[in-house]
Design a protein around this ligand. Structure first.
Ligand code: ADP
Length: 249
């Protein structure tokens, strides 16, 4: 099905098998994301947010319906093409940070680039240094996660998501487990990256502070998208971006 959307989720159903029963996680979810959008996915626990993020991230496939990325049905891609899509176009920020404890900041950020053996080592180094610089962690580059604050760890996770220069960043509760000052700085950082590089963001959240800054809020309940409306951040404009410069989390 042709589409102009960057991501198009079409009447998607997803069920998980739990013993003898099938648990419905998505029940006909439909959604389009356009380039450069900054969208929050909001809904109660168990409503299907993580499932939807996994489908949009080509980590999982729908039982029915389709997920199209740049017009291509993810289910029709070969395993290699799907891996390349995930690795080159999509960045993931997980709630629990998922940093490797024995690796330092540099090595954690470098990981996604090591999967792609076409990147020469000098370019790899430049990209890692730039990503670490963008999240203002230059002084911590040889620290292991254990020696970092929660906000610093989250910034490592953001640098790791951005190091491949993705078009789309998916995040599962990116500001959960952070104190309020750190939360503001992480939001500022994400908005700055969105505004200056045009990176599309799609993330689940319960955080009022984050919801008040987004341009679009999609509500999901029981695996169905029940509303899709502009957020207060759509009125933030350049002002919101200006506040986005600099972080100290
Ligand atoms: P949310 O992220 O909004 O909390 P999820 O997408 O994680 O929601 O879950 C949606 C529904 O699917 C819930 O009922 C959940 O229990 C169920 N579910 C999610 N993952 C699995 C799984 N791996 N096995 C069985 N059920 C699952």
């Amino acid at each position: 099905m042709p589409t102009d959307s960057f991501v198009s989720v079409r009447q998607v159903y997803k069920r998980y098998r739990l013993g003898e029963t099938l648990v419905p996680a998505l029940r006909g979810a439909t959604l389009d994301l356009h380039r450069g959008e900054f969208t929050a996915l909001v809904g109660p626990s168990g409503s299907g947010k993580s499932t939807l993020l996994n489908l949009v991230g080509a980590i999982d496939e729908p039982d029915e319906g389709a997920v199209l990325i740049e017009g291509r049905d993810v289910a029709h891609l070969s395993d290699d093409d799907r891996s390349r899509l995930r690795n080159e176009k999509i960045g993931f920020i997980f709630q629990s940070f998922n940093l490797v404890p024995v690796l330092d900041v540099y090595e954690n950020v470098e990981l996604p680039l090591l999967i792609n053996d076409r990147i020469p080592s000098s370019e790899r180094r430049d990209r890692v240094m730039q990503a670490v610089h963008d999240v203002e962690l230059d002084d911590f580059i040889r620290h292991v996660p254990d020696k970092l604050s929660g906000g610093q760890r989250q910034r490592v996770a953001i640098a790791r998501a951005l190091v491949t220069s993705p078009l789309l960043v998916l995040a599962d509760e990116p500001t959960a487990n952070l104190d309020s000052g750190t939360t503001q700085r992480i939001i500022d950082l994400m908005l700055a990256i969105n505004a200056h590089r045009g990176v599309t963001f799609f993330f689940s959240t319960h955080d009022e502070k984050l919801m008040s800054r987004v341009a679009r809020i999609v509500h999901i309940v029981d695996g169905v998208i029940v509303s899709d409306e502009p957020g207060a951040g759509s009125r933030d404009g350049a002002d919101g971006v200006a506040r986005g410069a600099g972080t100290g989390a």
